[in-house]
Design a protein around this ligand. Sequence first.
Ligand code: ARG
Length: 468
Amino acid sequence: MTQRQETKLWGGRFAEATDGLVELFNASVPFDQRLAEQDIRGSLAHVAMLGQVGILSGEEVGQIEEGLEAILEDVRAGDFEWRLDREDVHMNVEAALRDRIGPVAGKLHTARSRNDQVAVDFRLFTKEAALDLAAKTRALRAVMVGEAEKHLSSGAGEPVILPGYTHLQVAQPILLSHWFMAYAAMLERDEGRFRDAAERMDESPLGSSALAGTPWPIDRHATAQALGFARPTANSLDGVGSRDFALEFLSACAILSAHLSRLSEELILYSTFEFGFLTLPDSHTTGSSIMPQKKNPDVSELARGKAGRVFGNLMGLLTVVKGTPLAYNKDLQEDKEGVFDSYDTLSIVLRLYGDMLPKSTWHAAVTKAAAARGFSTATDLADHLARSGVPFREAHEVVGGLVGLASRTGRQLWDLTDEEVRAAHPQLSAEITRAMTVEESVKARQSYGGTAPEQVRAQAEAARTALS
Ligand code: ARG
């Protein structure tokens, strides 16, 4: 970043130069140079419109356009000289235009303010980021559905069975595919949130000018259309003063992060030696500099940890916005870094999970054995009794008694003797308790959205169709 001194573009009323530390504190160019493309696109749309309505001559428009195009090329090539004394992306571009084409550059800012300029640049960026994360979320969802399909038949053609938990206590057996489809369902809504947000922010604030609109005969519909927005914003104060589009984007990011963090937590837990449910690929795990045996789930831990900063970005901007009077305040300059950071963070996490999940190996025998432990079929036994007319509450009590007995004597339900089972309820027998396998348990859960293989297959098929 170059540090020089020249008269500010806004320097007319100032007698003394800006204090060096103020300049440093005030500048946003270190981070908002990322908006250069959007800024130049915005300027091109604005100047074309100024020509169309007759505010600038065709010749002036041509000179400005040519200059802006050349600057865009420099930016893309990395040849643009970003200057801190020029404060932000907008004044860097405008001053560079003046350096290049002379005083006519000063006509570009007719009927425009940096307030509507930054608002339009940042909306363009955020809308593109929302649509990009929607697509990346969809890609990960497709990977989840692929994993669900894959694990509907393990080596022996049988679906992989996983313990389902509540309170992290074994609850009931489920299909691993069912678990994948649960995350696919969350990701589907995450994608929807990005698309909804993109649609709501699809309005151009350009032409709101400083805050009150402008006396110049501008055509806001034309610039909105040229920039690919559905329409211009309807109120100039709102156009320059609102950042809920960024808040909505950050909130969709935060919710997606929460989902990816839960997934991370499960993968971290299930890949431990103690659980042993899956092995993460070497390509996506790391070692320890002291303990030779270690294989650490760093990707998942970082994905879980980064949820903290993604949530923080949302809280940060909410806090920035909450006390600011209408319309623009410099506080709003703090809106950008969090959006960039959440966008970058999620772009990489989504990609990493898309690569890592298909390379992970699930151990079907281990997960099935784990699913059978912890009396996971006790509900099936209670349901069985209830089907023969015993009120469910009573059946629950009876089976609870059997679980207590087995648990006190270090056994599973299927280890209980026929006498013990019959003593608990005359309509029960050891034959029945032994028939309560995890396979039968999952097969029985045929309710819509349940874990029976047919139901999970239907979920996966519906998702496939929706994705194609
Ligand atoms: N760099 C500023 C920002 O990001 C641009 C708008 C400045 N407007 C102003 N009135 N100072 O918010």
